[in-house]
Design a protein around this ligand. Structure first.
Ligand SMILES: O=P(O)(O)OC[C@@]1(O)O[C@H](CO)[C@@H](O)[C@@H]1O
Length: 391
């Protein structure tokens, strides 16, 4: 290596007090308790969850049982991590594997009455039932009265800040989970995103979803806006194939949230019914892929997904984890150009992300110095956000 160049390494979790360390040592003990309380699991599941927690905090990474349906896939994805201490494995790899092991502990894929029952559904359902959802749905009545550029701003920023409502993050987050006065958009490339869409005669947008509940609600409103204004002729919505990172959206969440929007009074009902019709006629297509739960960055996307996304006029990636997978979960200097790190991505790409982990790139030096001097935990506390676009 040439002298003087900063050494960029994958983020790991072995440094007490670091954000990643806190996820294992502070967030996960609470999460495991919440999972144990969420369903009347049999004793073996409780024991397996506690054993997983202990292993992941102080032990070495054990393999999945060899009879699981995705064993071979994990052999391909394992990147030589089995047998290493969890804390020394890349944070990105270890967290995804942890969620797969949670599903194993509760028997999600095993024959039995709770087979296929979403481990995190009670949390997602509770969030959809909060009064905030009512308020957000009522606020949609004001949308139609706005001019196009104000509508665009409203739907895009709602989708962006909806990402604060992630339920894994809320376990240890201190601030409010909705529009906060201290909220700050560090980079706003949204104009570029609209130019990409306006310049395309028949734009097809792919949106890679993050969380269910209020974030997905805002994403669906954005999708309806794209379709009704003609900014896109088709939207493809990608969701996770299985429970993941607590509140990540899967197919049934899309149905639940669309129903919730359609059941609301006022303009929300029209949006909900339009979304339902779009899902039915294929204007809005719902897709999933095993790779969305892989412990790998997107530059290792399989060919079929590359082919699919290469047809997109624009791919919108939602949330913190998709951002980590997009740019690589590494100790990049925050001034590293976003376009440089995402040049491999098969289509123009827009990342809409509130900052909830250490990775940040594409930030101007002056802005960065100001943020660092503020003394705030701006990289991890969810108060700041990025809209970054690469044409
Ligand atoms: O992708 P999301 O839902 O925006 O965020 C996922 C997240 O809560 O999980 C990780 C820690 O567990 C962090 O990267 C991030 O805060």
């Amino acid at each position: 290596m040439t002298s003087g160049a900063p050494r960029v390494t994958p983020i790991v979790s072995d440094s007490p007090g670091s954000f990643a360390w806190g996820v294992w040592n502070q967030r996960h003990p609470v999460l495991i308790k919440q999972i144990r309380d969420a369903y009347p699991y049999p004793p073996a599941a409780h024991e397996a969850l506690e054993a997983l927690l202990a292993e992941s905090i102080a032990g070495d990474i054990q393999k999945l049982p060899s009879d699981v349906h995705d064993f071979a896939m994990w052999e391909q994805w394992c990147d030589d991590q089995y047998g290493r201490p969890w804390a020394q494995a890349p944070f990105l790899w270890a967290e995804s594997y942890f969620y797969r092991r949670v599903l194993e502990a509760v028997g999600y894929f095993r024959p039995g009455p709770l087979r296929g029952v979403d481990t995190f559904a009670p949390f997602k359902q509770a969030e959809l039932a909060t009064p905030l959802v009512e308020t957000e749905l009522t606020a949609l009545d004001a949308l139609a009265g706005l001019g196009l550029s104000d509508q665009r701003h409203a739907v895009l920023t709602a989708s962006l800040w909806g990402n604060r409502a992630d339920l894994g993050f809320r376990i240890t987050a201190k601030g409010p989970d909705h529009g906060a006065p201290e909220a700050d958009l560090i980079v706003d490339d949204s104009a570029t995103a609209w130019v990409i869409l306006d310049d395309a005669p028949s734009a097809v947008v792919h949106l890679v979803a993050d969380n269910a509940g209020r974030e997905l609600l805002a994403d669906l409103v954005l999708i309806d806006h794209l379709l009704t204004t003609g900014a896109a002729v088709q939207v493809v919505l990608h969701v996770k194939p299985q429970p993941y990172y607590v509140s990540d959206a899967n197919g049934s969440d899309v149905v639940d949230v669309t129903r919730r929007i359609a059941a609301a009074p006022g303009d929300a009902a029209d949006i909900g019914h339009r979304l339902w019709a779009a899902l039915t006629d294929g204007t809005l297509q719902l897709r999933t892929h095993a790779f969305w739960c892989a412990p790998l960055p997107f530059d290792r996307m399989p060919t079929d997904l590359v082919m699919e996304l290469s047809k997109a006029t624009l791919t919108i990636l939602k949330g913190d984890l998709n951002y980590r997978k997009l740019v690589g979960d590494c100790t990049w200097p925050a001034t590293t150009p976003f376009g440089e790190l995402t040049s491999y991505f098969p289509s123009p790409v827009a990342a809409l992300r509130t900052l909830k982990s250490d990775v940040a790139v594409g930030i101007g030096l002056a802005e960065l110095e100001q943020l660092d001097a503020s003394g705030a935990q701006w990289r991890t506390d969810g108060t700041h956000a990025l809209i970054q676009v690469r044409k």
